[in-house]
Design a protein around this ligand. Structure first.
Ligand SMILES: Cc1cc2nc3c(=O)[nH]c(=O)nc-3n(C[C@H](O)[C@H](O)[C@H](O)COP(=O)(O)OP(=O)(O)OC[C@H]3O[C@@H](n4cnc5c(N)ncnc54)[C@H](O)[C@@H]3O)c2cc1C
Length: 404
């Protein structure tokens, strides 16, 4: 049986493309299968969502040679102001106090995807696109993948298949990996607003009785991520621009002066999808395919990139030793190494959603005491700041192997 690829990556989003770039320095034969053309991906309204990148993520993007191509599109966050509307609790995290240049950066998914996509093209990594996976079966040596390219069918084999095909992952379904699904009955409204006062690189996370509101400094404006119940969100999206801005302003206040809209409102229904296993046979799933999170804590891609670097490091080590990069035992090792990080981030995000979605008095009091305490206990605040910056994560060494 002939082997077509060492690694076949399904999904050319951020996780899939970053993995391809992390592996490009090796002599492994890799290809990416992507359903949408670059143009379709670039024009997708979903690209408007602003991503807050933790500084640990930026370090990894630097190591992968990506950050120098993306930095020009990103805005640094120097201060994070966390507060609870109508209650006394608030906390402030500052880059200066943490001794770092920035707590994180804000970039649109579209700009980061474009930068990563361009690097994949420049590196000459094979892209099978537009094409989608319709069948997967593993034997002792290979995974066999059936692809549909418009009307044509294509069968290929690889030693390892990586499913990086997002929250609705076909690879996860074809591998019959079960998932846990939590429907939050909430929708994130994403928009960009201009404010009368300059942002001075301050990000705001405001927890309100109707849902969390994040204002992230983005170029000269603010990127808004506002979580509301499904019904509220439907109404806010139907409202006129003036009505929408009045509601937003009522929620945030006039600390930054008046808001005006500079980009259309978009909406994202929110759920937590968590796969019950990270691999099956000679196939592994990463990024949103294994964990799709609520954006309240801005951790989805940050967590996904840690999957990427850990997996790349493992594949490169195994390949260097002449081992089997798709061996289920190796994938089991990968899964056990990623488990703790997944558990921590998923539980943290889920608790934040539940804690701050609840108006029950004692819970509201508890969260305010929590925020107030955070502000007075330097250690706790530092821990939260480090967590928000992704600095608690171990840094894999994948970038040091890149070809000059
Ligand atoms: C409103 C909002 C705000 C967010 N904010 C943040 C934030 O501040 N910080 C953060 O870290 N994260 C944030 N996230 C999460 C972040 O956007 C995702 O975690 C990240 O984009 C997931 O990347 P991915 O490559 O795993 O999946 P995707 O981006 O979903 O990419 C999957 C790719 O696979 C392709 N594909 C799908 N099916 C197939 C198939 N069968 N065959 C071939 N290809 C296929 C798709 O076309 C797509 O290109 C936010 C998300 C939302 C919705």
């Amino acid at each position: 049986m002939k082997q077509d690829y060492d690694v076949l990556i399904v999904g050319g989003g951020l996780a899939g493309n970053c993995l391809a770039l992390a592996l490009q320095s090796s002599h492994l034969k890799i290809a990416i299968v992507e359903t949408n053309t670059r143009e379709q991906l670039h024009n997708s309204p979903a690209g408007d969502r602003a991503l807050a990148l933790a500084s640990g993520t930026v370090k990894m993007l630097e190591a992968l040679g990506i950050w120098s191509h993306a930095k020009a599109f990103a805005t640094p966050i120097k201060t994070i102001h966390i507060s609870d509307q109508g209650h006394f609790g608030k906390t402030r995290l500052s880059a200066k106090k943490e001794g770092v240049e920035a707590l994180g950066y804000v970039i649109t998914a579209r700009d980061l995807e474009a930068a990563v996509g361009q690097l994949v093209e420049q590196a000459g990594i094979e892209q099978i696109c537009p094409a989608r996976v319709i069948g997967i079966a593993s034997d002792e040596q290979f995974t066999h993948i059936s692809l549909k390219q418009q009307e044509a069918s294509l069968n290929v084999s690889a030693r390892l298949v990586v499913g990086a095909d997002g929250g609705q992952s076909t690879v996860r379904k074809l591998l019959e990996i079960e998932q846990e699904l939590t429907e939050y009955q909430q929708t994130a409204i994403v928009a960009t607003v201009k404010t009368e006062l300059a942002h001075e690189n301050v990000a705001y996370e405001r927890f309100t009785s109707s849902g969390p509101l994040a204002l992230l400094p983005f170029k000269q404006d603010y990127a808004v991520v506002w979580t509301r119940t499904k019904e509220d969100a439907e109404q806010l999206l139907m409202d006129s621009e003036e009505e929408f801005l009045a509601s937003l302003q009522a929620c945030f206040g006039y600390k930054l002066g008046r808001f005006s809209l500079t980009a259309p409102r978009r909406s994202f229904p929110l759920s937590l999808i968590r796969a019950k296993s990270m691999y099956s046979g000679r196939a592994v799933i990463i990024g949103n395919a294994v964990h799709q999170l609520h954006p309240v804590a801005g951790q989805g891609f940050n967590l996904g990139l840690r999957d990427v670097v850990q997996l790349a490091e493992m594949i490169l080590n195994e390949a260097q030793q002449g081992g089997d990069i798709g061996a289920p035992a190796l994938l089991e090792q990968y899964a056990s190494q990623r488990q703790k990080d997944h558990d921590t981030v998923i539980n943290f995000t889920d608790s934040v959603v539940k804690l701050f979605s609840n108006e029950w008095l004692s819970l509201a009091a508890a969260r305010n005491v929590g925020l107030a305490l955070l502000d007075t206990i330097p250690g706790a605040k530092k821990h939260l700041a480090r967590y928000a910056m992704g600095l608690n994560a171990r840094m894999p060494h994948v970038g040091s192997r890149r070809r000059a």
